[in-house]
Each structure stands twice: as structure tokens, then as C-alpha cells.
Design a protein. Structure first.
Length: 253
């Protein structure tokens, strides 16, 4: 039988924020498709590692703080030592701060922008340089948000950062598509993760959100796995600069 265009056997993927939530769901989806995984997170990713190894894949867990660009070259070097060159980069690491725009602090602005946007760009840049230098094909998958398309409330730096992710995805695709690097993004809808715990614990706000979702329920990290495999695989070789909403129909409402 012909090889499946979704088969990722022999590929290596770096997944930032791969210890919990969406990052863990994306890492497990890639592992099921055949990938070796490198997770990068501030906290241990032992649960992710154990679950990936149970699938028969190898997993390297790296502890790093991506609020600055300092760890980036080490991440790529340690990946190369363990597995050879990375084929896929998933920029999932992110954070959020909530406060009224009138009261929002400079620290809350910088903390979010440094991780959600600055780290994403400079890790992508370093990954792309390695791919181009060694004449390989690369796949970059950024994690955007519903707030890449909407304004939201009480999350000014998060909204700015995720709007920036959509724009940078297009910019990098424009420059790197001709270098055999696909740059795309996934915009998750309202998912049951740590970032949405406060919303899910507010019965009134949670119900408002559920009323807007045609699918009628919060998403799960597993729901994002298929889109991740698609954008990481040969099946998406002619897809560039696209942000794919995985949102239960939220944007269609």
C-alpha cells in the first residue's frame, strides 16, 4: 500500500509547553503518527514522556524558560544530539494575564508578549536557519487563538500577542515557503485547559461560552491532535500561512 501522507515515522518534533494541556495533546498526536518528541517546558514533562514512550516513541524532555531567547540554541543543539535535526516545530508555550485595560500593568504586558510572541519568533527563526542550512524540509505550527480574530475582554496583552501570532505566521510563510518551510497556525477554540480554568469555574460565564459554541461543549486537548498531524505531515505541503480554527464552530456562529 502507498505510504499515508499523514505518516510521520522517522520525524522529530519539538513541542514547547508540552507538559500539559494542548501541548501534551499535540505531542501525543504527533507521537501516534510516528514522531519522536522533544518537549520544552518550565515544569517537568514526565507524564508526557511516559505516555509517549508507552506508544513506542522516544521522548526528550527539556526544562527551559522561554520568556527570553537565551535557551533557544541549546534546545536545538540538544535535539540534534539526541535525534538529529528537528523536522517540526510546534510553538505552543504561552501564558495569559487578566485585568481591565485601564488597570493593566507593564509587567503583565511584557510577561505575555515575551513568551507568546517574542519566543515564538526567535525559536522559529533559529529552527528555520537550521532547516535551510542543512537543505531539509521543515514544518512550523504556531498556536494562535480565537482572540487572533476577536478582541476579547480583560486580556489586552494576550489579544495583542495572539493577533501577532496570526500576522507572524503569514509573514514567515511569505518569506520561507520558497525555502521548503511550511508555516501555519492552529487557533484553538475554548478548550478545557489550565488557561481556561477560571472561565470554566464561573457558571454564568461558562454557560455564555457554551451557548455560543455550535458543538455545545468545551474542546479537549485531544481535539487538536488531528489538525497538528495534518499541518506537520506531507498532506499539508502546499498549505502556507494559514490559521486553522479548531473551535467547535465558534467563529461560524
Amino acid at each position: 500500500m502507498p505510504e499515508s501522507p499523514f505518516d510521520l515515522s522517522g520525524k522529530t518534533a519539538i513541542v514547547t509547553g508540552g507538559n500539559t494541556g494542548l501541548g501534551q495533546g499535540m505531542a501525543l498526536g504527533l507521537a501516534r503518527a510516528g514522531c519522536q518528541i522533544v518537549t520544552v517546558s518550565r515544569r517537568p514533562a514526565e507524564d508526557t514522556r511516559q505516555r509517549i514512550e508507552a506508544l513506542g516513541r522516544r521522548c526528550l524532555t527539556l526544562k527551559a524558560d522561554l520568556s527570553s531567547a537565551a535557551p533557544i540554541e541549546s534546545i536545538l543543539a540538544r535535539t540534534q544530539e539526541a535525534f538529529g535535526y528537528a523536522d517540526i516545530l510546534v510553538n505552543n508555550a504561552g501564558t495569559i494575564r487578566r485585568a481591565d485595560a485601564l488597570d493593566f500593568s507593564e509587567k503583565d504586558w511584557d510577561d505575555v508578549m515575551n513568551l507568546n510572541l517574542k519566543a515564538l519568533f526567535f525559536l522559529s527563526q533559529a529552527f528555520a536557519r537550521h532547516v535551510i542550512e542543512h537543505e531539509r524540509r521543515g514544518k512550523i505550527i504556531n498556536v494562535a487563538s480565537m482572540l487572533s480574530f476577536q478582541g476579547g475582554i480583560r486580556v489586552p496583552s494576550y489579544t495583542a500577542s495572539k493577533s501577532g501570532v496570526l500576522g507572524l505566521t503569514r509573514l514567515m510563510a511569505n518569506e520561507w515557503a520558497c525555502r521548503k518551510i511550511n508555516v501555519n497556525a492552529i487557533a484553538p477554540g475554548y478548550m478545557a485547559t489550565d488557561n481556561t480554568e477560571a472561565l470554566r469555574n464561573d457558571p454564568a460565564r461558562s454557560q455564555e461560552i457554551l451557548n455560543r459554541i455550535p458543538a455545545g461543549h468545551w474542546g479537549d486537548p485531544e481535539d487538536i491532535a488531528g489538525a497538528t498531524v495534518f499541518l506537520a505531515s506531507r498532506a499539508s505541503d502546499y498549505v502556507h500561512g494559514h490559521t486553522l480554527a479548531v473551535d467547535g464552530g465558534w467563529l461560524a456562529r
